[in-house]
Design a protein around this ligand. Structure first.
Ligand code: NAP
Length: 297
């Protein structure tokens, strides 16, 4: 579901890959006027942008930003986005440029410094959802930059839907939150695949295992507030999950993996971290104490 903006804004989008096209579709169906450019020239139909709305394709980035109030840059990486920002900077005037290209926190901070040196009103964005969720209530986009610039960006980009979070002035924060969430997502997906393969070695097919996996995922979700509190107070004395007991579980997972020929690198990594913690802390310390080496390294 998209929300109609109070006023129509001229928005330029540079980069019409899957994400740039999704942003353009949502912004156009929200009532904005879009001028879009892609390095490789394609038609509106080829970009999936023929579904209505006011979208004009142009042949170069300079033509796209002419007259735009907000410019969205959505390309593969920061090497590509910096080149574009440098090219269009002299034409931007008072426009706010929102760079949603993914990069590391350091890359995002460096791109913001370069944009500031060019006199650009610059916002770092991070789209935290896949393309089908753009323009729906499930969308989540993070923004960092000067408060006025973020306010201009979030007002214009309201048709992206869902939640627009202003995370402050530090341009490294949107990408670090993006990557931190992906850290959980990929580790979780790999753990699920590993567990499904392990169960499969004993004739449990993936569909039969799935409800159990979903159940333990709910348990994991319930554990996060406690883990979060542990990383804040760093006392590890609730007595809920002892280090020695958890290490025994992890040894069993590694052994079962080895017995059944499923690669054991992931559980072994957690087992080894737990064993290191047990060499340094009493056995009845909460297992959460494995966080200490992550916090101090
Ligand atoms: N897809 C997602 O679900 C998703 C979710 C969150 C964030 N993102 C981020 O959004 C950004 C765009 O992603 P995407 O899904 O659209 O696909 P992508 O494959 O990451 O990027 C493709 C776009 O980047 C352009 N591009 C690549 N190198 C370029 C260069 N040197 N100069 C100018 N343009 C260049 C491509 O142009 P050509 O067509 O000419 O190759 C195309 O428009 C990425 O940073 C991605 O990490 C994507």
């Amino acid at each position: 579901m998209t929300s109609t903006p109070v006023t129509t804004t001229s928005i330029a989008v540079l980069g019409l890959g899957p994400m740039g096209a999704a942003l353009t579709r949502a912004l156009a169906s929200g009532g904005h006027r879009l001028t879009a450019w892609n390095r490789t020239a394609r038609t509106l139909t080829e970009h999936g942008l023929d579904g209505g709305g006011d979208v004009a394709l142009v042949g170069n980035p300079e033509a796209a930003v002419a007259g735009a109030e907000v410019v969205v840059v959505c390309v593969r990486d920061h090497t590509a986005s910096r080149e574009l920002v440098a090219a269009v900077a002299p034409l931007l005037g008072d426009a706010v440029l929102v760079n949603v290209s993914t990069g590391s926190p350091e890359e995002a901070a460096e791109s913001a410094r370069q944009a500031a040196a060019l006199g650009v009103r610059y916002v770092t964005g991070a789209v935290m959802v896949p393309t089908p969720m753009v323009g729906t209530d499930e969308c989540l986009v993070l923004y960092a930059g000067a408060p006025n610039d973020v306010a201009t960006a979030t007002a214009a980009l309201a048709p992206l839907g869902g939640v627009a979070d202003d995370v402050g002035t530090d341009h490294a924060v949107p990408p670090v939150l993006d990557l931190a969430m992906l850290d959980i997502y990929f580790a979780g997906m790999y753990a699920f695949l590993h567990a499904t393969a392990l169960a499969g070695r004993y004739g449990v097919d993936p569909a039969r295992f799935l409800p159990y996996a979903e159940g333990v995922t709910d348990t994991l979700r319930g554990s996060l507030p406690g883990l979060s509190a542990s990383m804040t107070d760093r006392t590890y004395r609730t007595g809920e999950a002892r280090l020695d007991m958890c290490l025994a579980f992890l040894e069993h997972i590694v052994t079962a993996s080895a017995e059944s020929g499923v690669p054991s690198a992931l559980p072994a990594l957690i087992r080894d971290a737990s064993a290191r913690a047990l060499r340094q802390h009493p056995a009845d310390t909460d297992w959460d104490v494995v966080a200490e080496e992550l916090l101090s390294s």
